[in-house]
Design a protein around this ligand. Structure first.
Ligand code: NI
Length: 265
């Protein structure tokens, strides 16, 4: 590995049971590929704790939060306090993944509850001065509305970005980033290449979302952080720059957003 090609996988779930048997090898393969830092995100209290436990491994960091599909885990009145307490751990670099998922949730009241839990967690991020990792699936309008109204003073990323170029521009205007992963490399990537090409160089993160959404040639198989290099290659192709340049800008962006400068934290 050349020293000038270092990547950060800014979003994955290595606590998934698909990694139980070979986690050490998965992390080794990532390091060999130049992926020296990995951020694991929780989706509820259990997986947020898992993400924190994983930070015992060098180069691993955690995000904690309640995913919109897991809002029942936020039913207790003190859930925000409990989340804030978890987030005090010095390997926690973000609140996430939090947001809205209207693909899986069609019920209006449940969607409203997702919004409420999302906003409450934005408040936790503000209290603790942490960046936010947002999940937005088929809820672009409400996500943007909430971020504009409720995320003042916060920074963050729309991970696995699936909105339009117009939405991306709004996001960048707020100083927020977009995260791109497997779908950028798929044949039916639609507007993503255009968005990646248009992105200001300080507004782009790369991620795998492993074990989900493996890029080709691994599509359909388990995804893992080493494959973030495939995403970086595609970003390089689309932006017509070198892989080194993609490594440099995306790593710098990850370090800056998540405060994971060289030397760790
Ligand atoms: Ni995820």
């Amino acid at each position: 590995m050349e020293i000038n090609k270092k990547f950060v996988d800014t979003h994955c779930h290595l606590d998934d049971e698909q990694f139980t048997e070979d986690l050490t090898e998965v992390i080794e393969r990532a390091n060999l590929a130049g992926v020296t830092r990995i951020i694991n995100f929780g989706a509820d209290f259990k997986t947020s704790n898992n993400a924190i436990n994983l930070t015992q491994n060098e180069g691993l960091f955690a995000g904690v939060g309640i995913h919109p599909e897991e809002i029942d885990d936020a039913a207790d009145e003190d859930f925000a306090d409990r989340l804030a307490e978890l987030a005090q751990n010095n390997k926690v670099v973000a609140i996430g993944e939090i947001g809205l998922d209207y693909y899986w949730e069609k019920d209006i009241q449940r969607r409203e509850l997702q919004q409420k839990i999302f906003i409450e967690q934005l408040d936790v991020a503000r209290q603790l001065n942490l960046p936010v990792c947002v999940h937005d699936r088929e809820a672009h309008g409400d996500t943007l509305k909430i971020l504009k109204a409720e995320a003042k003073g916060l920074r963050g990323v729309l991970h696995c970005f699936s909105g339009s170029l117009e939405m991306a521009k709004e996001v960048w205007k707020m100083g927020w980033l977009i995260g791109v992963d497997g779908p950028l490399t798929f044949k039916n990537a639609a507007k993503l290449p255009e968005i990646v090409k248009a992105a200001p160089s300080n507004m782009l993160l790369i991620e795998t979302d492993a074990p989900y959404m493996a890029p080709p040639p691994y599509r359909g198989k388990r995804n893992e952080p080493a494959y973030v290099v495939e995403i970086a290659k595609k970003v390089a192709e689309v932006r017509e720059v070198t892989l080194e340049e993609v490594a440099r800008i995306t790593t710098q962006n990850a370090e800056s957003l998540y405060n994971i400068g060289q030397g760790g934290r």
